[in-house]
Write a protein that binds this ligand. Structure first.
Ligand SMILES: C[S@@+](CC[C@H](N)C(=O)[O-])C[C@H]1O[C@@H](n2cnc3c(N)ncnc32)[C@H](O)[C@@H]1O
Length: 209
């Protein structure tokens, strides 16, 4: 896992200059339905004007821009990413009520019960053990808080065969629906694009009445 933490920033140092301009090409095609569900159902269902929001693997801050352009309510946004090159591209997105930190999402420098909504878009597929990050996110969530994830999944052998070479190059790992079903606090999983994308909603309901 430690070598992964060196290889990810190295990969994104190369990708960062092109990432934001190229993002609409894949989020507007292969990932369009998942992105739409995330924006129109998952985010509005979780956010309130009091929400303290944490964005795991925030990259250049596209989710902060999205919250603002969709006029969604929140109190404060923090983006966390392991790549300083990606964070450096957040020009113009880091206005008031927001901050960004350079951090590995496995070990975030926040106290328990700090956030109402934790987001993560298209980052989970980089994780070797995603359930460890789900556990860390649940530590940080307040009772009733939401964890909302968009990620790539593998529905079967054909997608396995097609995506494996690309995944290897992008340091990505298989996440299966079976694995997601075991994540604690799972509310629902919606799949899109022939089962290749998922929007996962989890909730910290441990202390809810
Ligand atoms: C595909 S980009 C997604 C960026 C943004 N969330 C979006 O939707 O465009 C994946 C991001 O996850 C970050 N990342 C990967 N592993 C990470 C880790 N262990 N800790 C923090 N960030 C990580 C990468 O540096 C990269 O910026």
């Amino acid at each position: 896992m430690a070598s992964h933490l060196i290889r990810i920033p190295r990969l994104y140092r190369r990708i960062a200059p092109f990432y934001a301009p190229l993002r609409p090409f894949w989020t507007g095609t292969a990932c369009r339905a998942a992105e739409r569900y995330f924006e129109s159902v998952a985010l509005p269902g979780a956010l309130t004007p009091q929400s303290e929001v944490l964005d795991l693997g925030c990259g250049p801050g596209v989710n902060l821009k999205r919250l603002r352009s969709l006029n969604l309510p929140f109190a404060h946004y923090i983006g966390a990413d392991l790549s300083s090159a990606m964070l450096a591209k957040r020009n113009g997105h880091s206005l008031a009520a927001s901050s960004f930190i350079l951090s590995d999402v496995h070990r975030l420098p926040f106290q328990a019960n700090s956030f109402d909504v934790i987001l993560s878009t298209w980052m989970f597929s980089h994780l070797i053990h995603p359930s460890l990050v789900v556990r860390e996110a649940r530590r940080l969530l307040r009772p009733g808080g939401w964890l909302i994830i968009t990620c790539f999944i593998r529905p079967g052998w054909l997608s396995d065969m097609l995506f494996r070479p690309v995944e290897r190059w992008f340091l990505m790992h298989d996440i299966s629906l079976n694995e997601i079903q075991d994540w604690p606090g799972l509310v629902d999983v919606k799949t899109f694009a022939w089962g290749c994308n998922a929007v996962v909603r989890l909730r910290n309901n441990e202390v809810l009445a």
